[in-house]
Design a protein around this ligand. Structure first.
Ligand SMILES: NC(=O)c1ccc[n+]([C@@H]2O[C@H](COP(=O)([O-])OP(=O)(O)OC[C@H]3O[C@@H](n4cnc5c(N)ncnc54)[C@H](O)[C@@H]3O)[C@@H](O)[C@H]2O)c1
Length: 326
């Protein structure tokens, strides 16, 4: 397949690029490097540094190459920042995304895979959240993604889209070719890895008074390399069937923040210290996926469904960043 891929210099996009290259697909990355890093772009792909809202540049790229699918990863992802600066999130995650989709539609690139988020569901009383559950975004980041989903759903006649609602993505490529670089990440396993290599001295746990077994928030952590494989299979499915759909991407298993910290401490001989703080605005109690739908439609079997493996790959990646002074 020929894939136009936005956000390929970022954490998830770069891991998907590796999986696509391994399977022999051709990729053209568009990224403005606002939060991404050019070191994550492999030499064998085409790369254009530009904003996804740059209609002229993108039209030219689409018309020069014939793409089967657009994979859209580019966006801003920090929940806390979105609470402070909501307009920044609606502009990039919604308006710019829709501008990009319109450019694609106008130029007959009408198959789109969109990186959405499980945070669109808000909290749920169900043990597992299915794609049929109501959306109830609790912060501007989640709302900006839900609005973009709505555009794709409303334009179902012209655009065939697969919306992927990621749960908590973590870990790094096992050959350490790609992982998360952001210095301002708010992701638990990334921060915990920074503690493990001495970049921070402790981890702050936001809220220990949730209605969960140990009082800390529960999430479904999926290894980034398994998520990358999902994208390859979903693209094949979309090209073959030309049908829109929505899939949860997780493992269907919930771990509390303390479960994750304890697992990391087993790997690091108790070196990860923590302190409890107040709940953060916009955080929800529990988010665990029902993955029966994706398993029914997509030929995908998780390979890294193991919390310790996720954490240790993330720590190894952090050590590599440390050695390279990144
Ligand atoms: N990381 C997670 O746990 C998670 C969970 C749910 C959903 N997602 C979604 O997955 C996608 C990728 O997330 P990530 O963790 O890789 O983030 P990231 O910040 O590492 O990567 C985003 C990339 O998009 C680029 N970008 C941002 N705005 C752009 C623009 N206007 N034009 C061109 N390039 C632009 C950045 O430079 C960066 O390379 C995002 O859309 C995010 O909402 C991520």
């Amino acid at each position: 397949m020929n894939i136009l891929l936005t956000g390929g210099a970022g954490y998830i996009g770069s891991n998907v690029v590796l999986s696509l290259i391994e399977k022999g697909h051709n990729i053209h990355i568009i990224d403005n490097l606002s939060t991404g890093n050019s070191e994550l772009i492999p030499p064998e792909v085409n790369f254009t540094k530009c904003n996804i809202n740059d209609v002229h540049k993108i039209e030219k790229i689409i018309n020069n190459e014939k793409f089967d699918v657009l994979m859209h990863f580019a966006g801003f992802i920090q929940v806390e920042e979105s609470v402070r600066l909501p307009a920044k999130y609606f502009e990039n995650n919604t308006e710019n995304a829709i501008k990009l989709f319109e450019t694609c539609k106008k130029n007959n690139l009408n198959k789109i895979i969109f990186s959405s988020t499980a945070s669109g569901y808000g909290s749920s009383n169900n043990d597992l959240i299915s794609e049929k559950d109501n959306l109830n975004p609790q912060n501007p980041y989640a709302e900006s993604k839900v609005k973009t989903e709505q555009y794709l759903i409303e334009n179902y006649k012209e655009i065939k889209s697969i919306i992927l609602r990621y749960f908590n993505v973590a870990g790094a490529d096992k050959l350490l070719r790609a992982g998360q670089i952001s210095k301002t990440s708010t992701h638990l396993i990334k921060i915990l890895s920074e503690v493990a290599v001495g970049k921070r001295n402790k981890i702050e746990i936001f809220g220990n008074d949730y209605n969960t077994p140990d009082g800390t928030a529960v999430r479904d952590y999926i290894h980034v390399s398994d998520l990358a494989e999902i994208h390859v299979e979903v693209a094949k499915h979309l090209v073959k069937n030309n049908e829109s759909n929505i899939f949860n991407c997780g493992y269907g298993i919930g771990f509390s923040v303390l479960d994750v910290v304890n697992a990391a401490n087993k790997l690091c001989n108790g070196a990860i210290h923590h302190k409890f703080s107040k709940r953060r605005d916009g955080d929800v109690e529990k988010l665990v996926s029902d993955i029966s739908k994706i398993k029914k439609y997509i030929n995908w079997e998780p390979k890294y469904n193991n919390l310790e493996e996720i954490i240790s790959s993330s720590i190894e990646w952090e050590k590599k960043l440390n050695e390279k002074n990144i």
